[in-house]
Ligand binder design. Sequence first.
Ligand SMILES: [Zn+2]
Ligand SMILES: [Zn+2]
Length: 236
Amino acid sequence: MKIINFLYPTICSNCSQPWEYLCAECKKKLTPHPEICPYCHTFNKFYQTCFTCKNKKNSHLEWLMIVFSYDKILKNLIYKVKYFHKKDIANFLAQRLYLLIQTNQLLQYQTQVLKKKIIISYVPSHRYRKYFVKWYNQSQIIAKKLASKMWRKFVDIVKKSKKTKAQALLNKDQRESNLINSFEIRKNLSLKWDEIVIIVDDITTTWSTLNEIAKTITKKYPQIFVRGVVLWRNNK
Ligand SMILES: [Zn+2]
Ligand SMILES: [Zn+2]
């Protein structure tokens, strides 16, 4: 046994049972997030942007799927993933993301009847540099796992074009202006008109980052649908 396993034994982050970071029983207790419009947060089927919000100037996401509500179990689990980078937890989160996407009937219609092709990308970020070496990005890891589960292409679409202040320190308006034009499409990349881009983010308090990425993509490719998926919503 490695010393690290001895110092940090594998136990459930919620009930402390041995062998798993989240045991089967606690996995069942996680709360699925209700289907809401990402902008006004009112109930809307398939997590679509509602008609009213779609017509607003700064709404760029077609929809935003949210896997879990942020509860105590998830909070404990996330602490473990972020600070100890456990592979099996990343796998579990990617699996739940996959199930939510696979069971979305609107998306099924668009891929099976309209023959749209899904490609998977992520939010590039240095938000975690405080805790990890620079190349580490949780959203990228989960997006790659998701793409392989779905047998879809994983594509690096945007990169940060300017250094921004940490979003957590800013209020909602400041967050939005902090992000304006902060992403650019990678060179030598071309998207096709029949593609649906799904952007994975692991945590969001507001959707400003995902919205800004969707804006960057649709500015160059107005015909492309950009969707977001997040693992949970932290509505503090
Ligand atoms: Zn447990
Ligand atoms: Zn709305």
